[in-house]
Each structure stands twice: as structure tokens, then as C-alpha cells.
Design a protein around this ligand. Sequence first.
Ligand SMILES: Nc1ncnc2c1ncn2[C@@H]1O[C@H](COP(=O)(O)OP(=O)(O)OP(=O)(O)O)[C@@H](O)[C@H]1O
Ligand SMILES: [Mg+2]
Length: 305
Amino acid sequence: TIVCMVILISLVDAIFTSSSEDEITRSLLLGVIAMIAVFAVIVITINKNLSRLVKMRTEELVEQRNNLENLVEEKTEALLKTERLSAIGELSGRLAHDLRNPLSVMKMSVDLIKQNPKDTKISEPNVTKRLDLIEKSIDRISHQVDDVLGYVRNSPLSLSSTSLRQLIKNSVEKINIPSDVNVTVSKKDVLVDCDSVKLDAVFINLIVNSIQAMPEGGNLEIKIFDRDNMAIIEFIDTGKGIPDNIISKVFEPLFTTKQKGTGLGLASCKNIVEQHQGKITVKNNPTTFTIILPKSISITNLQTK
Ligand SMILES: Nc1ncnc2c1ncn2[C@@H]1O[C@H](COP(=O)(O)OP(=O)(O)OP(=O)(O)O)[C@@H](O)[C@H]1O
Ligand SMILES: [Mg+2]
């Protein structure tokens, strides 16, 4: 605008001050050329700004599109997971129902055989050992059924004051521990208000996971700590550890790296521990699962999920 005005003033000045017609025409021509030049500059500037604006808008749109794509992906995954979970729920209900009866028949038979030691063949050490193994396996299957059910339907807690050490030792006894795996339970004990059946399932899950992480053998150390109004339990194993990129996912339902895993083990552990108003966490080096449980739970705070 300023340049424009200068040109206009010089033009007017030229018209008024010069006498010859030739000079006036030349000044007019010069003025017109200058005005065209200024106009061109203005057009170029506008053009530049416009293309910058278009670029900015395009970038914004691309970002919005990416965000939307991510959102759609997330939602689809969540939906698929929910669908898979409800399918598992339905399936496990039927499976549990169908497995329970034959399992209890098997267990009863084993009990009856064991109660009949007059028969020499049955009291033979080899036979007793095999019977114990069958019994352990039956318990294991029942537990796996309970696991899936436990995850799918969250029954209310049935609380009683329990010795953690005894509970953990009982869980260890129920598992077939390979001879090259050494399990130790701390001497310390803490009494906690808990649902012993549910916590037993948690401990069995953690112990089995550790054993599976040590195919070449190793140590699993189970420590118990007494901290004010909390009990802390640590499961430390010398296994292969959990890769950094999956460690945040291990508590997610259906997350598994095992061919025959359900991926519900740790998810149900988390559910049960949280139902007890506790926390479960994991870290590497060495692989440690830590459970923090309040020693007593106020019934009024109990949420039945
Ligand atoms: N002690 C451990 N050491 C190394 N990795 C582990 C350990 N515990 C769990 N994980 C990892 O976490 C994943 C999820 O465990 P989770 O118990 O939920 O399911 P799973 O063991 O794969 O299946 P399931 O419990 O049904 O047999 C496992 O597949 C494994 O990769
Ligand atoms: Mg598991």
C-alpha cells in the first residue's frame, strides 16, 4: 500500500509539474508498470500465504485421520476381546459342568482305594505314588476349570482368618513340581482375612507360571513379609524372565505366549487380589510377582464385582 501511494503521488506530481505531453505519457506508463508490479507482488504474497494455510490444514487433516484410524483399531480390538471373552464364558460354563461330575467320581474312587490299605497291592509304594499323582492331576484339572470359571464369574469372597504360610504350602503341595525345580517358602507367617480357596488359585497360577518359565530347572523362592497392616508375598524365580515389550500386558485377559495357555491365569489372579483390596505387580531381574494384601478387609468396603 505504501509503495502504491508513493507511486500515485509521484504520478500526480509528474502530471502537474511536467509540461510536455511526452513526459506525462512516460510517467503514466511508468506508473502503470509500477502498479502492475505491486499488484503482482501482492498476488504472490497472498498465494504464498494460501499455500502455507493449505499445507497446515492438510497436516491437521492427516493427523486427525491418523487419530481416527488408531481409535477405530483400538475399539475393534476391544470389541473382539469382549466377544472372545463372552464366547469363552459360554464355553467354560458348559465345559465346567461337563467336567465336574467325572472329576468328582475319579476323586472319590481314588479316596476309596486309598482308604483300603488291607489290599497289599494298593499299599505298595509304587501304587500309592501313582495314586497320589492321579489325585494331584485331578485337583489340577479342577483348578483349571475353576480358573476359567473364576475369571468369568466373580463370586463374592468368603473370608476367614488364614495363615498365609500354611496356605502357600498347601498350594505348593498340590502341584507336580519337577525334580530340577526347587521351591522354598519363607519361614515368616502372617495371618490375613482372605478367601482361601480363591487365594489358593492365585498361588497355584503363579507357581505353575514360574515352573513353566524354568524348563531347564531353577529356583522359586516364595517370601512373606509383614508390613504394618499389610502382608506382602513375593514369588521370585530364576526363569527366563518376561520380555520388556510384553511385561505390561501379562495381566490382560487372553494374553499368552504359550501354545496351550488360556491367558486367563494372571488376569484372574489380578481380579482375585483386587477383590481382596490388594495389588499384584511384576518386575524382571529376577522375575518377581509381588502381592500386597491388607491383613483385614472391612466388610463395608467390600465390593462384589
Ligand atoms: N514367571 C514367569 N516368567 C516368565 N514369563 C511369565 C511368568 N509368568 C507369566 N509369564 C508370561 O505371562 C503370560 C501370561 O500368563 P498367564 O498365566 O496369564 O497365562 P498363561 O500362563 O500363558 O496361560 P495359562 O495360565 O492358562 O496356562 C505367559 O504366557 C508368559 O508369557
Ligand atoms: Mg499361567
